[in-house]
Design a protein around this ligand. Structure first.
Ligand code: 9UX
Length: 69
């Protein structure tokens, strides 16, 4: 199976932002699944691509991501 990464997501000010962040992650190269949690300000992402690509995709959509582990 592909590796899973947990991201901290900054800038989600209402629950609708979850959809925007999820679309950004799913559009990133190699992403298989993306679950975004508004309450925890996190995302769990399974991808064949690099975690750096995930961070760039989120940042380019107007939010801020950092890798937790
Ligand atoms: Mo809520 Mo997020 O109105 O882009 S959807 S702040």
């Amino acid at each position: 199976s592909s590796p899973s990464y947990q991201l901290s997501i900054g800038g989600m000010t209402c629950a609708g932002c979850v959809n925007t962040v999820q679309r950004a992650l799913l559009s990133s190269e190699g992403v298989i699944s993306a679950d975004v949690n508004f309450a925890n300000h996190t995302a769990q992402v399974v991808t064949k691509g690099s975690p750096d690509a995930l961070i760039k995709a989120v940042d380019n959509s107007g939010y801020h991501a950092s890798l937790i582990h």
